[in-house]
Design a binder for this molecule. Structure first.
Ligand code: ZN
Length: 360
């Protein structure tokens, strides 16, 4: 992906553009209130644990099966970035429930299967042969992402409601996503309701992870303040019942001056260590098996049409691009252990996965 002609040169500008849009959106728009209702879960858990497969498991891929699936596990993966899901958009980065539903239907119809950011990072990509992973990420823990109705079901037009709705009509579409949250997850201020919401999601295979406590621009903070913003959120998530975060999304996509502090640091006696750091723009992510995969610099694609600055770097553009360049896209061999690819790409694999390689 990074060698796409004419692309790399615009990425820096794109990130700044996306960041400015996000800053403006946060300045002009108030955070949601505490209207969301959380009740005991009545929806059956849809947790899909990754089976403990081994190279000798019956599902192990072969050169023949990998070729039939046109597997390419060194291809690119779209990590989609959503903010608020509102019936009436108030900022360009908002999407309506109808727009989200349409995008997810489009993905489901083309054989994309959601995995979480944590699963992507951990290479726990357990999807059928011929399917493509997609990572759905929602930033800032807005009330439009998750709330339960009086029956204990996800509210219809929330992100989770739309995801379940699409999954109900597309059985292969795993209802999972990643929520990177701050001090009031899903707009909730009551600690018990925050905890009920986080546990509901985590119990069903969703990821709820660290996006700092107060959503500061980390580039402008001292080293100590960067670590404080991260540790305070991590302590909150622990109290709410979330597992330790393995992934982190940079507020505004803005990196601390000391970059390693985004994934590793310590404050007030508490240390943190994330396996991956996600940006706010603006191209498909490199396969986690590929040599040029940088876990601390994973790009995301803003969900949006092709207008204005989104002409070349939002989801409608990139999903269309991946559709037109199937050989550049991650396609699974159906075997979570082996790493399959056409022979011409085999030189791109990280040396440590050489023993698991199936080149056809
Ligand atoms: Zn954010």
């Amino acid at each position: 992906m990074r060698s796409t002609p004419g692309l790399t040169s615009v990425i820096g500008i794109v990130n700044v553009g996306v960041m400015i849009v996000a800053v403006v959106a946060l300045i002009i728009l108030p955070f949601g209130d505490d209207k969301a209702t959380t009740r005991p879960a009545a929806v059956p858990a849809h947790k899909s644990p990754v089976p403990a497969a081994s190279p000798t498991a019956p599902s192990a891929a072969t050169e023949r099966s990998a070729k039939e699936a046109r597997a390419n596990e060194l291809g690119a993966v779209p990590v989609l970035m959503y903010h608020r899901i509102l019936k009436k958009r108030l900022a360009s980065i908002d999407r309506t429930p109808a727009q989200l539903r349409k995008e997810l239907e489009w993905l489901a119809d083309r054989g994309y299967v959601p995995i979480t950011a944590a699963e992507f990072t951990a290479r726990a990509i357990d999807i059928p042969a011929g399917a493509h992973p997609v990572v759905l990420t929602f930033d800032d823990g807005h009330p439009s992402h998750f709330a339960l109705d009086a029956d204990g079901q996800p509210k219809k037009d929330t992100a989770v409601g739309v995801i379940y709705d699409v999954a109900s009509r597309h059985p292969g579409f795993r209802p999972v996503a990643t929520f990177w949250v701050n001090k009031n997850p899903f707009g909730l201020v009551d600690r018990d309701r925050q905890s009920a919401a986080v546990r509901w999601l985590v119990d069903r295979g969703f990821e709820v992870a660290n996006h700092t406590l107060g959503h500061p621009d980390l580039h402008r903070l001292s080293k100590k303040k960067v670590s404080e913003a991260i540790v305070r959120e991590e302590r909150l998530l622990k109290k709410l019942g979330a597992p330790p975060s393995t992934t982190f999304a940079l507020p505004y996509g803005s990196k601390p001056k000391k970059r390693s502090l985004a994934h590793e640091g310590k404050w007030d006696g508490t240390s943190y260590h994330f396996q991956a750091v996600f940006l706010a723009g603006a191209e498909p992510a490199v396969s986690p098996y590929a040599k040029d995969f940088d876990p601390y610099d994973i790009p995301r694609i803003q969900s949006n049409g092709k207008r204005g600055e989104c002409r070349r770097w939002c989801s409608q553009y990139w999903l269309g691009w991946l559709d037109k360049h199937p050989d550049k896209r991650y396609t699974s061999d159906g075997d979570p252990v082996h790493v399959s690819m056409p022979r011409r790409f085999q030189g791109k694999i990280q040396a440590k996965f050489d023993g698991l390689k199936i080149a056809y």
